[in-house]
Ligand binder design. Structure first.
Ligand SMILES: Nc1ncnc2c1ncn2[C@@H]1O[C@H](COP(=O)(O)OP(=O)(O)OP(=O)(O)O)[C@@H](O)[C@H]1O
Ligand SMILES: [Mg+2]
Length: 199
C-alpha cells in the first residue's frame, strides 16, 4: 500500500471543486493530480482501487500512451488483484480479474461502432457486481453510466502526466473523496504534538 507520505513528493497540482455552475448543481467534483512517473500514476490508481466499492465505474480518457493501462494496473493492485496480470486487452476487449471485488478491464480503442458494444457485452458488466475500468470511455457513448469516476490523462512533458479526476455522481464522489483524503500529506509529529504547558 502506498504510503501517503510518499505523495508529499508529488503533490496534486491543485485541488478544487468545479467552478462550472452546471457541474456544481449536479454535484460534480474535480481534482487534479500531477504524476511525475509511472510509479506515481500507479499509486494513484491503487488509491482508486482501494477506495472503490463493487459497481464503481472508472472511465479513462487520454491519447495513446498517456498511461491509462498503467493506471488500471494500479486499480487492480488496489483491489487486491495481481497487478502484473493486467495488460491492455487487445483483440479481446474485456479482461476480468479477481480481487476484493471483481475488476472488468475494458478497452474500447478498437471498437468500430456503437453496435459492436453489444458484442463486447459492456452492459453485462454494468450490473453492479464488479468494478469496471474502461479505456477510451468516450467510445461507450450513452452506454456509459451517469455516475462514474472519470480519469483524464494528458502528457505533461517527459515522464510527467497531468491527471484530472472527475466524479459525476454520488458513488464516484465517495470514491474521489476517499482518494483525496488518503492522498493528503500526513501531518508531521511536530504538527500533532500538544503545546508544552507553561511552567
Ligand atoms: N507518469 C507516467 N504515467 C504513466 N505512464 C508513463 C508515465 N511516464 C511514462 N509512462 C510510460 O507511458 C506508457 C503508458 O502506456 P499505457 O499502455 O499505460 O498507455 P495507454 O494510455 O493505456 O495507451 P493506449 O491508448 O495505447 O491503451 C508506458 O510505456 C509507461 O512506461
Ligand atoms: Mg491502454
Amino acid at each position: 500500500m502506498p504510503s501517503p507520505k510518499r505523495f508529499v513528493a508529488s503533490p496534486p497540482l491543485r485541488s478544487r471543486r468545479s467552478s462550472d455552475p452546471d457541474a456544481m448543481a449536479s454535484g460534480t467534483l474535480e481534482w487534479s493530480y500531477h504524476s511525475r512517473s509511472v510509479a506515481d500514476t500507479d499509486r494513484l490508481g491503487r488509491l482508486v482501487g482501494q477506495c472503490s466499492q463493487r459497481g464503481a465505474i472508472v472511465a479513462l480518457y487520454g491519447e495513446l500512451g498517456t498511461g491509462k493501462t498503467v493506471f488500471v494496473r494500479g486499480v487492480a493492485a488496489g483491489l487486491g488483484a495481481a497487478p502484473r496480470a493486467v495488460s491492455s486487452p487487445t483483440f479481446v476487449l474485456v479482461h476480468e480479474y479477481g480481487g476484493r471485488w471483481p475488476l472488468a478491464h475494458v478497452d474500447l480503442y478498437r471498437l468500430r461502432d456503437a453496435a459492436e458494444l453489444e458484442h463486447v457485452g459492456l452492459s453485462d458488466y454494468l450490473d453492479g457486481r464488479a468494478v469496471v475500468a474502461i479505456e477510451w470511455a468516450e467510445k461507450a457513448g450513452p452506454e456509459l453510466p451517469h455516475d462514474r469516476l472519470e480519469i483524464h490523462l494528458s502528457y505533461g512533458g517527459g515522464l510527467s502526466r497531468d491527471i484530472l479526476l472527475k466524479a459525476t455522481g454520488k458513488g464516484s464522489r465517495g470514491v474521489l473523496t476517499c482518494v483525496k483524503k488518503r492522498c493528503a500529506p500526513r501531518r508531521t509529529a511536530a504538527t500533532v504534538r500538544k503545546p508544552e504547558r507553561a511552567r
